[in-house]
Design a protein around this ligand. Structure first.
Ligand SMILES: Nc1ncnc2c1ncn2[C@@H]1O[C@H](COP(=O)(O)OP(=O)(O)OP(=O)(O)O)[C@@H](O)[C@H]1O
Ligand SMILES: [Mg+2]
Length: 290
């Protein structure tokens, strides 16, 4: 996740060898981060029915798309297809005009469970991406200080990752994903393991980061409140096979108001109407959420 391809950054074409060139964080062009999934069919085995069948979704640069749906409907699979960890049996995944053929540093992923490098310290994990992108020591330190402070790990910077609690590891994963200023951030229930207070703080931090970075965010969550609070758009998936049931542009409650008025936002008629609509859709797909 630490090397950035010149193709995705729009800085020229990829070399014939398929090599990746490092690009410094903060240098992504304004229009980067467009995702297009066209008529996607995906199975994990030839014998099994497709997990995703005929799914199409276009995401514009800078959108904050929250993806909700029942367990097993294919949310993680969809993120893996965009990340380049899985490839569709039918249809195409295109990011910024290029077919997705491999993982790329421009698409950072925060998984449901952290996958930190255990041989590196917390700071080492966060600084690895910038280091491989050629960022100097002093600037790397600034990046890791800022991000570790943001996720509340400033006192754990020199620890090994296995010395952290599960929630701390997840916060470190978030800091690591943000360190290269990726055009696309794919987040798979990133706050699921966190306590309520940390979760709310990080929700507001993510909104700040999104506003400042202009990154495209695709955020999977089981929380309808969380989806409505964070997203500019909420996409509801149904299962058997995975497909889109509802695609709801909602502007952005959290982005326009900030976290300090979270409670009044959640009690607003507009918020409650949308919540009912999303929950009804998930309910009709066979399982209830949230
Ligand atoms: N590596 C795999 N091999 C085989 N089947 C898989 C694999 N990964 C996922 N599946 C199957 O694909 C379907 C969709 O899984 P996926 O993990 O995308 O769902 P999800 O919507 O993310 O669920 P959850 O909300 O529980 O995380 C499920 O039926 C799951 O069993
Ligand atoms: Mg999942």
């Amino acid at each position: 996740m630490s090397l950035v391809s010149e193709t995705a950054r729009g800085a020229g074409s990829r070399s014939g060898s398929g090599a990746f060139l490092p690009v410094a964080p903060g240098k992504k062009p304004a229009a980067a981060g467009r995702i297009s999934l066209a008529n996607i069919v995906h199975s994990y085995s030839r014998e099994a029915a497709p997990v995703i069948d005929g799914l199409s979704l276009s995401i514009e640069p800078g959108e904050f798309v929250c993806l909700v749906g029942p367990s097993g409907c294919g949310k993680t699979t969809l993120l893996k297809l965009v990340a380049g960890f899985e490839f569709p049996e039918g249809g195409q995944v295109v990011v910024d005009g290029s077919k997705v053929e491999r993982p790329d540093g421009d698409r950072a992923v925060v998984f449901q469970h952290s996958n930190l490098f255990p041989w590196l310290s917390v700071r080492g994990n966060v600084e690895l991406g910038p280091k491989l992108a050629g960022i100097g020591r002093a600037e790397r330190r600034e990046i890791s200080d800022r991000l570790l402070d943001m996720v509340g790990l400033e006192d754990a910077a020199e620890k090994k990752t296995w010395e952290l609690s599960g929630g701390m590891q997840q916060r470190c994963s978030i800091a690591r994903a943000l360190a290269t200023d990726p055009a696309i951030i794919l987040m798979d229930e990133p706050f699921g393991a966190l306590d309520a207070i940390t979760r709310e703080r990080l929700q507001d931090e993510i909104l700040d980061i999104w506003r400042n970075s202009k990154s495209t965010i695709v955020f999977v969550t089981h929380g309808v409140d969380e989806a409505l609070y964070l997203g500019t758009r909420v996409v509801v998936m149904g299962d058997r096979p995975g497909r889109i049931l509802l695609d709801l542009p909602i502007g952005s409650f959290g982005a326009e108001t900030g976290g300090d008025v979270r409670r009044s936002v959640r009690d607003s008629t507009a918020f409650l109407d949308l919540k009912r609509k999303v929950r009804d859709t998930i309910g009709h797909s066979g399982k209830e959420e949230d």
